[in-house]
Design a protein around this ligand. Structure first.
Ligand code: CTP
Ligand code: MG
Length: 851
């Protein structure tokens, strides 16, 4: 039995003349979906697998599909003759483009045998000369495969060998996903052996020494594993000493080490290759010159064996010297190794003559944590789930370790400046700060419609490119600091249109809607007629700075992410009062948080909507109240002359009454305010706090906390009146209807009916509407016009269609829930923002604005 070793992720080219048994071999040894056969692709593009004129199109498609598979990390086998070099070159190129290892399996079967088989096949009609030509090509092929770039070449000679061969998958060297730590990841040491010993000791490692007293290994009683990010050598006082210790740890299985660019160059220098002796290499060469030969030989083979990156902890952790972008994780190619060792450079040089490094971490959007070194920074800073641990020990800075999974940093100071830096240290990241967003996070440039799909954990949601562009415009011009924009309120659908005489919306419809999806208890909350305000309040400036960056102590923003007040000082003044209330209510301590995100209504409506009320509503009311009495007067004069205008007069009198009702409706929401004087907040949901999305809590919890805010600061906070209703309790239901009639009869906007439990799903796991609004009869006059209650108008309005609005409400709800989950998990700003942005983008969907 012959075992053919194949890298677990690889592009496998089968090579053999027609009839050599490639398809048979592929069928036996690989899954059907792994095999891309040129015959199948010819059939796909030309309806005939023997149509040689379709070969170009067939191979183009085959390469395309192979590329997609490799990009997704799937083993791919190409079943084609592959006896000509140009055919194989195409495959090597596809493998390289995706940084996977190309492998060749040659089936070398005597031409006679293949000819015999061919003649027996009904699907092959070529003459013998074709086989002869293929055989001649194959002979040349076998010798040149390795040179062409195939990293593994297996040649199976004869029918028996092919028959008995089996495939054995080999893990890539960088695949250490089975190691789960805990790890102590250590930054660039650069010959600072003494500081390394101090750091290891501080981390709880026990160092062992050789006869000469030199540190030669270490172990941790807690079973921790050390990971070195490379650049153990050069510049510092004892590079051989560092190699001795780390090599000992790696051999003892207590450490892994990736190669840094300095190991690569030192190795070349020690093996006698011509290199420029600079950047502290001279020091290392002198130090190694004083070591005995056998140690130097061991050090060389140690450095030679260093892998350029590791994927650890089930793929959640990646360690590479200069960091690694996501498409390269777990891949193997010269290009990947170069990135790991040197990073990507922009091709420019800075004023110190050093290459400008491309700030890959700013663009990193991967799920794995990437830990690296290479670029000295004053302090390690998390950038998009990546962190650089090179804190310039050799330049007099610190030697830093990251405890993983704890994510704690431990550092020891350099004993002195061992080497003078060429240039001052740049802060981590350097270029674009990581809260500056990438257009690729919100618009899919690869899609013709710019459509992006977001996996929310509550369903996959598509965002249209044009809507995203509109949102981008709004965000870019008007929105608050994206670091503080954690959530936007989803739109809310009304309850199904009511059939109750004279009503478009009525609580009975909301109750019926919830009963239908299995909700048994709801809470009816008074719908405050103000403006939606989302309030992020931090304990103090320092807490805000640490958690969200920026200069504010929180934010008060509208449902489209704009600052509620144009004057930042007003916002801060309001935040001060909110903070005092939250502190007095003890909520920061109770929830173990330095910040709270509240969903609230800011009252009165006129505080924000003054101009809208004046221009849109008051003008209509005033015009009607001025014009209609005159018209009625005129009709009265006409009537006195004996002409019958009773019907017309009746209609006008009705309209005058409606106009008065319309005016009364909006006037109820107008109250004088002056700056913050007269403004109150009605909080109704505690959205999130450190480490927690509270969407899963029931509304009893939310409202109890809101009540405590009201008790703590009644001048600022307004209570939300509510009624809990068991939907199978007829009396309770009737009571709720009465309550609504009373509420809306005395100028209230209406109520929102929510499942008491908060986040609820249907038996099919779909999200249930988080709330349904049920607006009052008089309030709806503002929306649908003064005369909407007239029988003919009401009849037409009953046809309004709610489907789009409902779908939109659910999508926005899902996006908002996911955003809060990501906030709770302390994910990087862009991860939160892409969802918040998607909510805003959805808002430009064409939906009846009156709903
Ligand atoms: N066959 C056989 N004994 C084997 C292998 C193959 O008799 N050990 C037969 C198959 O049943 C088939 C023919 O030989 O009828 C050719 O085998 P196939 O696997 O189709 O060969 P390929 O190399 O795929 O030929 P082509 O390049 O023409 O697709
Ligand atoms: Mg075949």
């Amino acid at each position: 039995m012959t075992e053919l070793a194949i890298p677990a992720l690889s592009l496998v080219a089968l090579v053999g003349i027609s009839g050599s048994g490639k398809s048979t071999f592929a069928r036996k040894n690989f899954a059907a979906t792994q095999v891309l056969s040129s015959d199948a692709f010819r059939a796909m593009v030309a309806d005939d697998e023997n149509d040689q004129s379709a070969s170009t199109a067939a191979f183009e498609s085959l390469h395309f599909v192979a590329g997609k598979r490799l990009a997704a990390g799937r083993l791919t086998v190409v079943d084609a003759t592959n006896v000509q070099e140009h055919a194989r070159a195409g495959l090597v190129a596809v493998a390289r483009a995706h940084d996977v290892l190309p492998t060749a399996i040659v089936l070398d079967v005597p031409e006679e045998e293949c000819w015999a088989r061919t003649q027996a096949r009904p699907d092959r009609h070529f003459d013998r000369r074709v086989l002869t030509r293929q055989s001649r090509d194959l002979r040349r092929t076998i010798k040149s495969l390795a040179r062409e770039g195939f990293r593994k070449v297996h040649v199976l000679r004869g029918v028996d060998e092919i028959e008995s061969a089996t495939i054995a998958y080999e893990r890539l060297f960088n695949d250490r996903t089975e190691l789960t730590g805990p790890f102590d990841i250590i930054g660039d040491v650069h010959g600072c052996r003494s500081e390394l010993e101090t750091l290891l000791t501080a981390l709880g490692w026990e160092i062992s020494r050789d006869e000469a007293g030199r540190a030669c290994s270490a172990r941790h009683a807690g079973g921790r594993v050390a990971l070195f990010v490379g650049d153990l050598v050069d510049r510092g006082p004892d590079s051989p000493g560092v190699i001795r210790l780390v090599k000992g740890m790696v051999e003892a299985g207590t450490a892994l080490c990736v190669s840094g660019n300095h190991e690569a160059k030192l190795l070349r220098a020690l093996t006698g290759r011509k290199v420029t002796v600079s950047h502290g290499l001279a020091e290392s060469l002198a130090q190694f010159g004083a070591e005995d030969e056998s140690f130097v030989a061991e050090a060389k083979s140690f450095m030679d064996g260093l892998i350029s990156h590791y994927v650890l902890d089930g793929g959640r952790l990646v360690v590479a010297h200069a960091g690694l972008k996501e498409v390269y994780h777990g891949r193997a190619s010269a290009r990947v190794r170069d990135f790991c060792l040197y990073g990507e450079t922009t091709g420019e040089t800075d004023e110190y003559g050093l290459p400008v490094r491309y700030p890959w971490a700013e663009d990193y959007r991967g799920r794995a944590t990437v830990v690296y070194g290479h670029t000295p920074v004053p302090k390690p800073v998390w950038i998009n789930n990546t962190i650089c641990l090179d804190t310039a020990c050799v330049f007099g800075g610190e030697l830093t370790a990251l405890r993983y999974p704890e994510r704690e940093l431990v550092a020891v100071p350099a004993e002195r400046e061992h080497y003078a830096p060429v240039k001052p240290l740049a802060p981590a990241g350097g270029g674009r700060p990581s809260d500056v967003l990438d257009i690729g996070d919100v618009i899919n440039i690869a899609d013709p419609a710019g459509r992006r799909h977001l996996d929310t954990g509550y369903g996959r949601i598509a965002v249209d490119g044009r809507q995203a562009a509109a949102a981008l415009e709004v965000m870019g011009r008007f929105a608050i600091d994206p670091g503080l924009l954690l959530w936007l309120p989803p739109t809310m659908a009304p309850a199904s249109t009511s059939q109750v005489e004279g009503y478009l919306e009525h609580p009975t419809a909301a109750f019926a809607d919830y009963r239908k999806v299995g909700v048994d208890t709801v809470v009816c909350e008074e719908k405050h007629m103000g403006s939606r305000a989302v309030v992020l309040v931090c304990r103090d400036q320092a807490a805000a700075e640490k958690r969200f960056g920026g200069g504010a102590t929180g934010a008060v923003h509208t449902r489209t992410g704009r600052p509620f007040f144009s004057d930042a000082a007003v916002t801060e003044a309001l935040l001060d009062r909110v903070r005092a209330g939250v502190t007095a209510a003890g909520l920061f301590d109770e929830l173990g948080t330095d910040w709270l995100l509240l969903d609230a209504e800011l009252l009165p409506w006129s505080a924000k909507a003054g101009p809208l009320i004046r221009d849109q509503y008051a003008s209509v009311g005033t015009a009607a109240r001025n014009a209609l009495p005159h018209a009625i007067d005129v009709l009265d004069q006409v009537a006195r002359r004996g002409i019958d205008v009773t019907a017309l007069r009746g209609r006008l009198a009705g309209r005058a009454e409606n106009a008065q009702r319309f005016t009364d409706a909006y006037r109820a929401y107008v109250r004088p305010t002056d700056g913050l004087a007269g403004i109150t907040l009605a909080p109704f949901v505690i959205l999130a706090s450190e480490g927690a999305n509270h969407a899963g809590r029931d509304h009893g919890w939310h409202l109890a906390l809101a009540d405590r805010l009201v008790d703590a600061a009644s001048g600022l906070f307004t209570r939300t009146r509510r009624l809990v209703v068991a939907l199978d309790d007829e009396q309770a239901v009737a009571g709720a209807v009465d309550w609504w009639v009373e509420l809306t009869g005395s100028g209230g906007e209406g109520m929102v009916v929510k499942p008491l439990a908060g986040l609820v799903r249907t038996p099919k796991r779909d999200l249930v509407q988080p709330g349904l609004k049920c607006r009052g009869r008089e309030y709806l006059r503002i929306i649908y016009g003064p005369d909407y209650t007239d029988a003919d108008q009401l009849h037409r309005l009953r046809d309004r269609s709610l489907g789009r609005k409902r779908g939109l409400a659910l999508r926005e709800y899902a996006l908002g829930l996911a955003a809060l989950d990501r906030v709770a998990a302390n994910e990087p700003p862009w991860r939160v923002h892409e969802l918040v942005f998607a909510i805003l983008a959805s808002e430009s969907e064409p939906v009846d604005p009156r709903l």
